[in-house]
Design a protein around this ligand. Structure first.
Ligand SMILES: Nc1nc2c(ncn2[C@@H]2O[C@H](COP(=O)(O)OP(=O)(O)OP(=O)(O)O)[C@@H](O)[C@H]2O)c(=O)[nH]1
Length: 296
């Protein structure tokens, strides 16, 4: 049997000589090593096609370069090496290289009071690019928390005061009677609305640390009301207290996160967005904040 040469269409000249900004593959399944875990991830890998006369890039070379991610923990240095491999295997074709990895980081979280714990899943996207020989890496992390409306809390308190005036109008105040009243339904005649909320942190990193767990921890500490995993009544009561002590408009949440992210040495710049999926309205309350470290 004759050995046939396989046709190589990518090596042909393009009929329309035109460079392209991004060419590659989206939705590649692969495992990555993050925070000591092997996680299922989806990658988008691409390069610029600067040689407008070339018909195509070499998809398989990008795909094979991703193998590096299976063996070593994910770091900015590793991402840079992968991007460099993209460019080395596309000499004369490409100047810029791009890699986006999306995964769900699992963190074990303790209960607030009881000796229990459970897993939380954090959607994380890591975007790395090597453009004009400059390396950039960005993180997108979603953190879910609870927010109780401070205005609604004040309005509810006022109704509780009115109920108190009504119920004790003609009664001399007695400690025991007030205590019983406080424990009754009349003692909390109105409740403030609260909502499951999410913070989308879009962070430009500096240094050689992805700092994902540190950033999540810093964000949750700043908010004070991260959603819980295993919950007994004692934990639920502690959560109610945490919410009462951290009443938040979306503006408050955005400001807290702004201050927390600025304190991290790993952060060069950020754009954050908080979304309070209101239970008062059918629409969301949203706040955004941006910041860039002054390097002067
Ligand atoms: N460039 C390009 N390749 C595609 C596309 N869709 C599928 N492919 C296939 O991707 C496969 C891998 O391409 P290459 O990396 O160039 O494969 P190869 O020529 O065997 O590998 P090298 O010898 O390293 O160049 C080829 O079989 C292409 O046909 C596309 O839209 N663009």
């Amino acid at each position: 049997m004759n050995a046939l040469t396989l046709p190589d269409i990518a090596a042909q000249a393009s009929r329309q000589a035109l460079p392209l900004d991004w060419v590659g593959m989206c939705g590649i399944a692969l495992p990555v090593l993050l925070d000591g875990q092997r996680l299922a991830a989806i990658a988008d890998a691409g390069v610029s096609l600067d040689d407008g006369t070339a018909r195509g890039i070499h998809m398989s070379r990008l795909y094979l370069a991703l193998e590096m991610l299976e063996q070593q923990p994910l770091t900015p240095a590793l991402l840079r090496n992968v991007l460099q491999r993209f460019l080395d295997t596309h000499e004369d074709l490409s100047k810029d290289a791009y890699l986006r990895i999306h995964t769900n980081l699992l963190l074990k979280r303790p209960a607030l009071v009881s000796p229990l714990e459970g897993w939380k899943s954090y959607p994380v996207s890591i975007e790395a690019r090597l453009e004009n020989q400059m390396f950039h890496v960005e993180l997108k992390i979603d953190v879910t928390y609870s927010s109780t409306c401070p205005c609604s809390a004040a309005l509810a308190r006022q109704l509780i005061q009115q109920q108190f005036l009504q119920d004790f109008a003609h009664t001399p105040l007695q400690h025991e009677a007030v205590l019983t009243w406080l424990g009754s339904a009349n003692g909390i005649v109105a409740t403030p609305h609260s909502q499951r909320s999410s913070a989308q942190l879009n962070v430009q990193l500096q240094g050689d640390d992805l700092a994902i767990v540190d950033l999540i921890n810093a964000a949750e500490a700043a908010l004070g009301t991260a959603v819980q995993t295993a919950v007994k009544r004692a934990d639920e009561q502690a959560f109610a207290l945490a919410n009462g002590q951290n009443l938040m408009f979306c503006e408050d949440a955005a400001r807290r996160l702004n201050l927390a992210l600025k304190r991290s040495d790993a952060v060069k710049a950020f754009h954050l967005k908080v979304i309070h999926a209101e239970s008062l309205h059918a629409h969301d309350a949203v706040a955004e904040s941006r910041w860039t470290r002054d390097c002067a």
